[in-house]
Design a protein around this ligand. Structure first.
Ligand SMILES: [Fe+2]
Length: 226
């Protein structure tokens, strides 16, 4: 993925967050120059991997398999340094753009349609070999609990949400336009907790074809000096 494309996708996400009246904290707007001028009082941002995450999951096909995510708050798995056992993200999902099938070994999350388009979510359970199970899936949508067939496509309208339990496979995409999706969960650990069904890698290789405008959540240097 080219740096110029990452710069462009973050600029578009910031514009969409304004359009949807879901403003993000100041550090999401900071340029590389801004990061050079802040001190260790912002170490939590680095330690908890807050900030921007732009990925095509290693496919080279961002518009069909990709995601821009903004981690607004998070803790650190297995630690209580920041006393946060929870995580919140904003996910910027373009029409037809799939976040590929995956489950989390530990994280439990609510995926919330904050507005824009409908969100379609495909559900399976993981079997004991981490494959897609044919068993029915227990579903919890805004306080309504029911059982759905494996592979069910649920359509969440703006305002609706689903609770996903550990080892519950899910893939999702926006159906009729771009969507702002919320994620509220237990602590997020992108280094160990994600089990993708079939994508090359969680974070893409980056080609530096222009100057970095924003930092990604895995690019903060020690003490945020870069
Ligand atoms: Fe997930």
């Amino acid at each position: 993925m080219k740096r110029s494309f990452i710069n462009q996708m973050i600029t578009e996400a910031l514009a969409f967050s304004e359009k949807m009246k879901f403003p993000l904290p100041p550090f999401f707007h900071w340029t590389v120059e801004d990061w050079r001028n802040v001190g260790s009082e912002y170490a939590e941002i680095r330690d908890c991997m807050l900030g921007w995450d732009v990925t095509d999951f290693g496919t080279g096909d961002f518009y069909h398999t990709g995601l821009v995510a903004a981690t607004i708050r998070n803790g650190v798995a297995g630690q209580d340094a920041y006393r946060k056992p929870y995580c919140e993200k904003a996910l910027f999902v373009k029409e037809g753009q799939v976040t590929p099938m995956h489950f989390h070994a530990v994280k439990m999350e609510d995926i919330i349609n904050r507005g824009g388009a409908d969100l379609v979510i495909e559900l399976y359970l993981a079997d004991d070999r981490d494959q897609l199970s044919a068993n029915p899936v227990p579903v919890n949508v805004d306080g309504r609990r029911f059982s759905a067939d494996a592979g069910t496509l649920l359509r969440l309208k703006p305002g609706e949400s689903i609770t996903l339990y550990p080892r519950q496979y899910h893939a999702f995409w926006a159906a009729n336009g771009d969507a702002l999706i919320g994620e509220v969960s237990t602590v997020n650990d992108d280094t160990a907790d994600n089990h993708f069904f079939e994508v090359p890698q969680r974070f893409p290789e980056i080609t530096e074809d222009e100057v970095k405008k924003y930092l990604l959540c895995n690019e903060y240097g020690r003490n945020l000096t870069i």
